[in-house]
Design a protein around this ligand. Structure first.
Ligand SMILES: N[C@@H](CCC(=O)N[C@@H](CS)C(=O)NCC(=O)O)C(=O)O
Length: 272
């Protein structure tokens, strides 16, 4: 095929991918290339730079962190709760590799994996609201380091404390592991109100996503998981974070509801 014809075909394919529902309105044979290009731009704008949908689960630390960052950026989005015992066709087709929530759909295009989603939001809306990751490359590397640390150490302790422990001894062991990881994070906070400095940032959102479950653990073990006696800076951070506007309505604070959810989950998944 002729090169310009090939380019034209590719553009049409691209638009079809981005906003298939608008396809018919842009594909008019008598239009010139320029007219089609202008219409393509218009169609993409209509599809909405801010057309955002989150597929989620209200208790998921990974989903919660995405919602926190969308709140931080002041971005409106549609939230769709998925049923992980009967995953939606949209979830399966949007995250065919892991089949997990969260999925962010931006103008219909899926972005997977929560930390990647947070960075995507920060890049696309760099000019909107506060920066999620620090702008300084060294500080940014440090934030990514701590976020990875949290999803390694805190995540495994979280699974151990609630979902994988077979008895109270195993729970206590996981609680101790969580305490160690939280002790290390106390050092990373270094007296700042938030990991991100004066306001919530990347690491705050990543750790903050777990706070609903920390509340549930607290009820089970009879004390705050983030122990004010051992990690006073982090305990103050928790209070500050829970009170922040970005966390409101997103970080679960109803411990009874969390524990009822846990019970159902354990009965449905882990007894099989
Ligand atoms: N690494 C993933 C973890 C996501 C994840 O594990 N999500 C859970 C909900 S908390 C899920 O969708 N589980 C469904 C499954 O594993 O089938 C991320 O950060 O997005």
């Amino acid at each position: 095929m002729h090169k310009s014809g090939e380019r034209e075909k590719n553009k049409t394919k691209q638009v079809t991918r981005h906003c298939s529902h608008l396809y018919l309105s842009i594909y008019k044979a008598h239009w010139t290339v320029d007219e089609r290009e202008r219409e393509r731009e218009r169609a993409l704008a209509m599809a909405g730079a801010d057309d955002l949908k989150v597929l989620g689960l209200w208790t998921s630390p990974f989903v919660i962190r995405v919602r926190i960052v969308l709140n931080l950026k002041g971005l409106a989005y549609e939230y769709v709760e998925d049923d992980l015992s009967n995953k939606s066709a949209l979830l399966l087709s949007s995250n065919p590799v892991h089949k997990t929530v969260p999925v962010l759909l931006h103008a219909g295009r899926p972005v997977n994996e929560s930390q990647i989603i947070l960075q995507y939001i920060d890049e696309v809306w760099a000019g909107t609201g506060p920066a999620v990751l620090p702008r300084d490359p060294y500080e940014r590397a440090a934030a990514r380091f701590w976020a990875a640390y949290i999803d390694d150490k805190v995540k495994s302790a979280w699974l151990g404390m609630l979902f994988e422990c077979r008895d109270e001894g195993e729970r206590a062991e996981a609680v101790a592991r969580a305490g160690e990881a939280l002790g290390t994070l106390e050092g990373a906070l270094r007296g700042k109100p938030f990991f991100g400095g004066d306001g919530v940032g990347f690491v705050d959102a990543v750790l903050g996503g777990y706070l609903g479950w920390f509340g549930a653990v607290g009820r089970i073990i009879g004390r705050r998981l983030i122990d004010p006696a051992k990690t006073p800076l982090l305990a103050a951070w928790e209070d500050r974070f829970r009170a922040a506007d970005v966390a409101k309505g997103v970080v679960p604070d109803d411990v009874d509801k969390m524990l009822a959810f846990l019970e159902t989950l354990l009965a449905n998944y882990y007894s099989k």
